[in-house]
Ligand binder design. Structure first.
Ligand SMILES: [Fe+2]
Ligand SMILES: [Fe+2]
Ligand SMILES: [Fe+2]
Length: 486
């Protein structure tokens, strides 16, 4: 430390200084002994912010882009969460740079070609390599850079930066903990051996950059590419794991059941758990919009990613609901992917956004989200009431996100809705041909799921519920002819 003689003397002098009545000094930020130590310059702090910004933006891209083609349900959910955290920190970093005598310019610049290589490689890597490269190599390096910035910048002069970094560090530790447990569960010693060369590539790229913050670069060398030699292409065809054995099944029309006033509310709660878990298809579909829509202001990606994460939470609410109801959903409830698959493979990103908006604004009338919440209240199921209450609130937020980023791009609100309806109508959800070609038998899974629920909860099955048999063959989820999410 070049300032050592200065600091020694300053500390000595400051040690004779005290606050009134021994009150905590400096608004509680830290001690005088630490505060007399000079910190980073504005220029250096901004430089590091730009490096963190680049790393987090690429991490966001990676988490979101891999959701759809990743079969494992838990990873889809975790990446929805981690992608959203990255989107939030990217927004915070952009805002902070804008406060430091810098317009938030130059943020799109790649700080070092070897840093770019790291994220290109991760994006294209197979799962075991991705898990090891992310959670054991790259994310710890990003965490170290955030920690270094926190430690080296001035606790008083650059306090807004320190606050931002403190929150980021807490959440990075949670992500790293998730990563360790995931690797312990999924990665075999053989996977690790195979990943060796890949991890060596990442480590040597990191050494070249000098940590993800570029504080100790050792050159401009960029190691050869392993997985990212060819330009990466997004794969929008949703993949599911073994707990989704019948992904084309559209044999049970949830909406017709929910709006049938003669059906009992406890069975409707069960149907709402199905609807919630089926929302897994929204992150799969929004992944494609976010990934395939470049060049928008960061607010777009932040809002869309928040919505994506909300939808993942809604899916997990369904999972929790089934667990609480004693229903083994993997064997009793086929959660389909027909909506995300149809939209991702047949529509452009803008058309998908239009469909999403059309559906979500349709959830707002009295028959929509309010009805679901009231049903949960009437059923006296407090868990479902909590879930539907927040599902409703989140969906109101999503309608606003749609207005801000989709409707604002259309000639009028009316045209935006009409276009969404038209786009959804042209998606080929071919109920009959899937049955003919053997993709699914559209089996009516409802009676068996309901029976298990009754058995586990000591209830006498209601014959009218048990005999429910209406499919999506001719009635769409918005109760217009011909399924989707909500
Ligand atoms: Fe929802
Ligand atoms: Fe939504
Ligand atoms: Fe939703």
């Amino acid at each position: 430390m070049t300032h050592r003689p200065f600091v020694i003397q300053a500390r000595e002098l400051a040690s004779t200084y005290s606050t009134h009545a021994g009150l905590p000094p400096l608004a509680g930020l830290g001690s005088f002994a630490d505060a007399v130590q000079p910190g980073l310059s504005v220029e250096e702090s901004v430089r590091r912010h730009k490096h963190h910004h680049y790393a987090l933006r690429r991490l966001h891209q990676l988490f979101i882009a891999r959701i759809t083609s990743e079969p494992l349900y838990e990873l889809k959910m975790a990446w929805s969460h981690q992608g959203w955290l990255c989107a939030e920190y990217v927004a915070a970093l952009r805002a902070r740079v804008g406060e430091m005598r810098e317009p938030p310019l130059g943020l799109e610049k790649v700080p070092h070609p070897a840093l770019e290589l790291i994220f290109d490689e991760l994006l294209a890597a197979p799962l075991p390599e991705l898990l090891l490269g992310l959670y054991e190599t790259t994310l710890p390096a990003v965490r170290e850079a955030l920690q270094r910035h926190f430690t080296e910048t001035h606790l008083l002069a650059d306090q807004p930066t320190r606050r931002l970094l403190r929150f980021a560090l807490i959440e990075f530790d949670e992500i790293l903990d998730y990563g360790r447990k995931t690797i312990a569960a999924l990665v075999t010693p053989e996977n690790r051996a195979t990943a060796n060369q890949f991890l060596e590539t990442l480590r040597s790229a990191l050494a070249s950059v000098g940590g993800t913050d570029g504080t100790s670069p050792n050159g401009t060398t960029v190691p050869p590419r392993l997985f990212s030699g060819e330009p990466w292409r997004y794969n929008g065809v949703p993949q599911r794991d073994a707990r989704f054995p019948d992904p084309f099944n559209m044999g049970v029309n949830a909406e017709v059941f929910l709006y049938d006033s003669l059906q009992p509310t406890n069975a409707k709660v069960l149907m709402m758990y199905f609807k919630r878990l089926r929302e897994i298809d929204v992150p799969e579909m929004m992944s494609s919009i976010i990934t395939e829509t470049p060049g928008k202001p960061w607010g777009y990606y932040r809002d869309m990613t928040r919505q994506l994460w909300d939808e993942a939470r809604h899916a997990m609410m369904g999972e929790v609901g089934f667990a609480a109801a004693g229903v083994d959903w993997p064997s009793k409830v086929p959660i389909n992917f027909t909506w995300s698959r149809g939209l991702n493979t047949q529509l452009t990103p803008k058309e998908r956004h239009a469909v999403l908006y059309f559906i979500e604004q349709g959830l707002m009338p009295k028959t929509g989200k309010r009805h679901e919440w009231e049903t949960a209240i009437l059923s006296e199921n407090p868990l479902s009431a909590t879930f539907q209450d927040f599902d409703w609130a989140d969906e109101v937020l999503h309608a606003r996100v749609g207005r801000d980023w989709y409707v604002s791009d259309m000639p009028s609100a009316h045209a935006a809705i009409a276009y969404g309806d038209a786009c959804w109508s042209k998606v080929l959800i071919d109920w009959d041909s899937w049955r003919r070609d053997g993709s699914t038998a559209h089996a009516n899974w409802w009676p068996a799921a309901y029976q298990q629920y009754c058995e586990r909860n000591n209830l006498t099955p209601c014959p009218q519920v048990a005999s429910y048999n209406t499919t999506y063959q001719s009635i769409r989820a918005d109760l217009k002819d011909i399924s989707a999410s909500g």
